[in-house]
Design a protein around this ligand. Structure first.
Ligand code: BGC
Length: 751
């Protein structure tokens, strides 16, 4: 009897211990007071292999049905992209949290690229502001609007360096330069994520596309990239590193083949650089089916090999395709992949879910008073657009136009195209909210000025010239003509590359026809890339490059054209004279036979001597149409008094570089002061110039300011002949100026 009692007591005791252990175990990962790493460990210890693999799957929600519900219930999906409206998101989340065994919340991703409902300028335009603060503000606005509808995670920023305007996705990039892209990309990360990822107004950033995607051969999307390791490290990787350094939660592996190894199976970039060197502890999501496309690349024979190579490289989550879901279990059973590796992959995903606060707040949604399309966001979008516009030409100071003009003709198919101005990758932007240039110009000028509109062409790609006559009549009746031309939103973006980068359709012809009226023309170009338009520059007085400026593009254009604001944008990318010059970028090497000024535009038939054999073209200048960093203002700036705190820097030390900038014109305006450096001789050849600093300053008419940069030898480091990242002693030249081609110049030495 006693024995029996003791037995029962023992069983009860064991049961008690078991229940307590289970409760404690459950409580650890659910307990927000426990450090995240301990919660992750606890949760992983409770997960089955199938549940772990489930976390690694991201699906696109095309339809809600029982199959989807059931998969969530079984823990087979960790994330959705494009998960419908807020009710859909809550419905699916409820199943994940309440009906799956461990209640792990789903993470919802979406392409919130340059705004959500309030669309800001395309990223290339935002980069042209050279103003990280306004860029950060734009991303914060986008994050809060997206957070209102339960989006947790955006697939931005894109920091692919691009030196090829044929590539349609240059629109989404921050341009050609690693330093500028690093500053702009990290500002975007800070804007999206705020100070605290768990805050309701923050969404996780995803720095993409890792890596080299913008180097696609011939500018054709998804094309092969060949990037020597030194170029990879000096040019393509730094913007990613900056984004990781400011805490980017996630990263996306790209579509492209890098030197023979596709990005989503690339152990060098994903493992060695990202994990081992940079210590990235968030997670990597593949780009849409970029893993299974490794079969097309000829890098994997089947989906089993896809899963094997991707997980080995370190892709944590598979977007849309299902090679992990279908193969990882088998690979583990066969001993080809260890469960420890799977744990590592899942840890990264859970870490971000914990950091976002999803375990505490799975129905995370910004619930404050809605800021979507608020006056505050619209103002920020307008200011961002104003600062992004680059004044390329202003003959006879024709701009700004007088608000007292009697009649203005507004010509062009993009003058009143509410959709085109939103640009690529604005899936949630609604053209109904756009204010077009035509509307804004009419509003700004009021009743006193007659504004006559004629599209001139049915759309920007049309070659039908029937409507030219109407545009001519409108122009003849006007004091000045504003032509709003360029590319519609569909001519750039993913898979939308162009082999010709001229103004499409019969637009050049339209300009020439209007120019024949003798009326002065202001040309506003909206586009997702640098275009070539050398044929018409003489036909127009002024050229304002407006990119795709977003919801508030119209008021921003009107404010600039009529002088409420002086243009202050500077080119984040070199503009070629012709597509034949591509790739063309300011930070090129000198070559053994650099051309000189007298070799500009050498004509066919010129004898070899005396011009000599140099690195130039016979049929076009070797110089660009407009250089990187270039942009005019309504005022003039004078640079003087360049001072260096010393002309020698000891290795490991730094100097201060200062210059005085004076606004010598009539308008209050902003100027982007730029610092460039040339390392004259290296153990590997060095670029002719590299951007090392910039500051955007405001100067009232007549005002002057001293701008100071600090330059350390660390800023001058590069990947040297031994593949070490180090600065080298020797001679340098620096320039401080308003673009990459002119500036005050000084020499210094690293000892
Ligand atoms: C693009 C990514 C994007 C993803 C999800 C892909 O086609 O390359 O940039 O984030 O789709 O929409």
């Amino acid at each position: 009897m006693k024995n029996q009692q003791a037995h029962v007591i023992l069983i009860l005791f064991l049961l008690f211990i078991n229940i307590t252990l289970q409760l404690t175990a459950q409580n650890i990962y659910k307990d927000s007071s426990v450090p995240i790493e301990a919660r992750i460990k606890d949760l992983i210890s409770q997960m089955t292999l199938a549940e772990k693999i489930g976390q690694m799957q991201q699906n696109h929600l095309s339809k809600k049905n029982d199959e989807v519900f059931n998969e969530i219930k079984l823990g087979k999906i960790g994330s959705f992209l494009n998960a419908g409206d807020i009710n859909d998101k809550f419905e699916l989340q409820k199943i994940a949290v309440e009906e799956s065994r461990l209640g792990i919340p789903l993470i919802y991703g979406r392409d919130v690229i340059h705004g959500f409902k309030t669309i800001f300028p395309i990223p290339l335009g935002q980069a042209a502001t050279w103003n990280p603060e306004i860029v950060k503000l734009g991303s914060a606005a986008a994050a809060s609007e997206a957070a209102e509808v339960g989006i947790h995670w955006t697939f931005a920023p894109m920091v692919d360096i691009s030196r090829d305007p044929r590539w349609g996705r240059i629109a989404e990039s921050c341009g050609e330069d690693p330093y500028l892209a690093a500053k702009m990309g990290s500002a975007m990360v800070e804007g999206f994520q705020g100070n605290d990822l768990s805050s309701e107004s923050s969404i996780a950033a995803c720095t993409k596309h890792f890596v080299g995607y913008g180097a696609a051969e011939s500018g054709k999307d998804y094309n092969t990239t060949i990037i020597p390791e030194r170029y990879m490290r000096d040019i393509y990787l730094p913007p990613f590193k900056s984004c990781i350094d400011v805490g980017a939660a996630t990263l996306m592996s790209a579509f492209n083949d890098i030197n023979g190894v596709p990005a989503s199976g690339n152990e060098f970039t994903l493992k060695r650089v990202l994990r081992d060197e940079w210590k990235f502890d968030g997670f990597v999501v593949s780009d849409w089916a970029s893993m299974t496309e490794m079969i097309n690349h000829g890098f994997c024979a089947d989906e089993t090999e896809v899963a094997y190579k991707s997980v080995k490289a370190g892709v944590n989550m598979e977007m849309v395709s299902q090679s992990y879901a279908n193969n990882l279990e088998k690979l583990i059973k066969e001993g080809k992949v260890s469960e420890d590796l799977i744990n590592e992959m899942v840890e990264g995903i859970l870490r971000v879910k914990f950091r976002l606060g999803l375990f505490e707040n799975p129905y995370k949604q910004l619930k404050e008073k809605s800021r979507t399309l608020s006056a505050e966001h619209l103002t920020a979008a307008r200011e961002s657009a104003e600062q992004s516009f680059v004044l390329l030409q202003n003959t006879d100071d024709f701009l700004p136009l007088s608000k007292l003009s009697k009649t203005i003709a507004v010509i062009g198919p993009l003058a009143d195209d509410a959709q085109a101005q939103l640009g690529c990758w604005s899936p949630d932007g609604d053209p109904e909210n756009s204010i077009t240039p035509l509307k804004a110009i009419k509003q700004l000028l009021g009743e006193k000025t007659k504004v006559i509109f004629a599209a001139g062409l049915d759309n920007c790609r049309s070659t039908n010239t029937e409507k030219f006559a109407e545009a001519v009549t409108a122009s003849e009746a006007a004091d000045a003509v504003i032509m709003i031309l360029g590319e519609d939103d569909l001519l750039s973006g993913e898979s939308h590359s162009r082999a010709f980068i001229d103004l499409p359709g019969a637009q050049e012809e339209l300009i020439k026809t209007i120019a024949e009226t003798g009326k002065p023309i202001v040309l506003v170009i909206m586009a997702g890339r640098p275009l070539t338009f050398g044929n018409i520059v003489k036909d127009v007085k002024s050229i304002l490059y407006a990119w795709h400026p977003g919801t508030m593009g119209g008021p921003a254009i009107a404010n600039i054209l009529f002088g409420n604001v002086s243009p202050s944008g500077k080119l984040p990318v070199t503009f070629p004279r012709t597509v034949g010059q591509v790739p063309i970028y300011y930070s090129h090497k000198n070559t053994g036979r650099p051309p000189s000024e007298n070799q500009l535009g050498i004509k066919m038939g010129t004898p070899e001597n005396p011009v000599g054999f140099a690195s130039y073209y016979l049929d076009v200048d070797y110089t660009p149409a407009y250089p990187f960093g270039f942009g005019l203002s309504y005022t003039t700036f004078e640079y003087h008094d360049l001072k260096l705190s010393s002309n020698e820097i000891l290795m490991g030390g730094k100097i201060e570089v200062s210059a005085t900038i004076k606004n010598t014109g009539k308008y209050d305006a902003e100027e982007v002061v730029q610092l460039y450096v040339r390392d004259l001789f290296g153990n590997v050849t060095r670029p002719v110039k590299e951007l090392k600093g910039f500051k955007k300053i405001h100067l009232k008419a007549g005002e002057e300011k001293v701008v100071t940069f600090s330059l350390s030898t660390g800023d001058l480091a590069f990947w040297n002949i031994d593949m070490k990242y180090a600065a080298e002693s020797g001679d340098f030249t620096l320039w401080v100026g308003g673009d990459s081609q002119k500036g005050l110049k000084a020499d210094f030495t690293i000892k």
